[in-house]
Design a protein around this ligand. Structure first.
Ligand code: HEM
Length: 505
């Protein structure tokens, strides 16, 4: 009897497998999928390509399979796009079709399943959030309102480094101080707040929670549960930690910043338009019923991640490259001295008058792109790309780093050479006017923060180079520029020490 049951079960399984193979063959015939390595059942290509799908590994795959390729990561389809014309197609021509975002189990937690702006699908909610965030964050008026604050923050960095005797001798990890500066630059805009020192307890709590959030979200540790849903129960512990971090973080934003600001504005006269900071505008939108309190919190969450880290990483890379290329550093200092006069501290409007500074920034963003695969895009519905079928809800990675570092399109791309942007690549801007160079993306989901990021980079890098000679620490001739990639981020592996010798004017 038992044997009969087993026999029946085996027969049933066999029949199911035959049907599954037949169905998949039929579907396979119908769909013309992009090329890629041959997937195996259940795991797809995961075991072949591994977890770390960084820009370099994906560029190697593009060399093998071409400008569009498909990877099956367990249950997930991942399409990698690696040529300027296809980047144009995804980001511009079919910008609506490919304008959504994928989330995974972890990003679902940190974004409240897309109640934010960065990770929400393309549609009504995204449009509303982007509109509400534009006036308080992403206009030239904001730059003009806050530029004096950014200049002051950069001046304080210079003062603190000058005052630290170790800076000119054994060296300092300058990132720590720059991180405080970036928090202050953004918290001024958001809440009209700043933190006095690197030891400020509230700053330390914020920094720790934001750091945890990034680490947990960018890690590859949870891929298995994302790729293969039946393994998801094993992720329970990881997801529990994510949820705790998310809850503590949003509570911190709420208790220490939102509620404080609400109290403050309720005691101020109604006509305080001139003094409004970003959150006042956002709270107005909440009061009008356009968004709810969770949306407000997720806007704060988005800015903490999208604005602070990306800009900080880029400053960190720029300084590393300038330390490792003393001639370029000197040329930049000479430009600053010649255009502004020695000792005259660079301000935001000056950044427009300094072509070599602009070129150094562009070259940093080219070689050391903070978001080298952009923030993953997604097509909500079945779509077509380069004549191939792209199944609905595929994750679309545009390898922006490879577009900007492909030797077929760039002269010696591995070299850090700002001059390229004054010579053969003159006219290429960071705003996406050339599909080979998209450090901020382009099109509907492109980075709206570019308008703030570029002047902050200019002021900060300018002030450091004007006021210090930046050198590797004693006993080293270069700082280590090994990279560390995450799900879609790229930063320096080790926060280096540098010597900053003050200049005397
Ligand atoms: C050097 C600094 C920065 C770099 C390299 C950078 C890069 C990027 C990139 C590549 C994207 C994704 C584009 C795409 O998916 O097509 C993005 C999106 C975004 N960035 Fe930035 N960013 C920087 C600074 C900032 C700043 C300062 C802010 C805010 C003040 C900001 C806010 C955002 C937002 C809100 C999005 C999501 C846009 C959307 O989904 O509609 N970023 N950024």
């Amino acid at each position: 009897m038992d044997l009969l049951l087993v026999e029946k079960a085996l027969l049933g399984l066999f029949a199911a497998a035959v049907v599954a193979v037949a169905v998949s063959k039929l579907r396979g015939k119908r769909l013309k999928l992009p090329p890629g390595p041959l997937p195996v059942p259940v795991f797809g290509n995961w075991l072949q390509v591994g977890d770390d799908l960084n820009h370099g590994n994906l560029a190697a795959l593009a060399r093998r399979f071409g400008e569009i390729l498909l990877l099956r990561m367990g249950q997930r389809n991942l399409v990698v796009v690696s040529s300027p014309p296809l980047a144009r197609e995804v980001l511009h021509t079919q910008g609506v079709e490919f304008g959504s975002r994928t989330r995974n189990v972890v990003f679902d937690i940190f974004t409240g399943e897309g109640q934010d702006m960065v990770f929400t699908v393309y549609g009504e909610h995204w449009r509303k959030m982007r509109r509400i965030m534009t006036v308080p964050f992403f206009t030239n008026k904001v730059v003009q309102q806050y530029r004096a604050g950014w200049e002051e923050e950069a001046a304080r960095v210079v003062d603190d480094v000058r005052a630290d005797p170790r800076a000119a001798t054994e060296g300092i990890v300058i990132r720590r101080r720059l991180q405080l500066m970036m928090y202050n630059n953004m918290y001024r805009i958001m809440f009209d707040r700043r933190f006095e020192s690197m030891d400020d307890p509230l700053f330390l709590r914020l920094r720790a929670l934001n750091g945890e959030r990034s680490r947990l979200a960018q890690s590859f540790e949870y891929n298995y549960g994302d790729f293969i849903p039946i393994l998801r129960p094993f992720l329970r512990g990881y997801l529990k930690i994510c949820k705790e971090v998310k809850d503590r973080r949003l509570q911190l934003f709420k208790d220490y910043f939102l509620e404080e600001r609400k109290k403050l504005s309720s005691t101020k006269p109604a006509d305080n338009a001139g003094l409004k900071c970003a959150i006042d505008h956002i709270l107005d939108a909440q009061q009008k019923g356009e968004i709810n309190e969770d949306n407000v919190l997720y806007i704060v969450e988005n800015i903490n991640v999208a604005a602070i880290e990306t800009t900080l990483w880029s400053i960190e890379w720029a300084i590393a490259e300038l330390v490792n290329h003393p001639k370029i550093q000197k040329k930049l200092r000479d430009e600053l001295d010649a255009v502004l006069g020695p000792g005259a501290q660079i301000t935001e409007p000056d950044t427009q008058k300094l072509p070599y500074l602009q070129a150094v920034i562009k070259e940093t963003l080219r070689l050391r792109m903070a978001i080298p695969l952009l923030v993953p895009h997604m097509n909500l519905h079945d779509a077509k790309l380069a004549g191939y079928d792209i199944p609905a809800e595929s994750k679309i990675l545009v390898n922006a780093w490879w577009l900007a570092n492909n030797p077929d399109h760039w002269k010696n791309p591995e070299e850090f050479r700002p001059e390229r942007f004054l010579e053969e690549e003159k006219g290429v801007e960071a705003n996406g006017n050339d599909f080979r160079y998209l450090p901020f993306g382009v099109g509907r989901r492109s980075c709206p923060g570019i308008i703030l990021a570029l002047p902050i980079l200019g002021i900060t890098i300018g002030r450091l180079v004007q006021n210090f000679e930046l050198l590797p620490p004693p006993g080293q001739d270069k700082v280590d520029t090994t990279e560390k990639g995450g799900q879609f981020s790229l930063h320096i592996l080790k926060h280096y020490t540098i010597v900053a010798k003050p200049r005397v004017f």
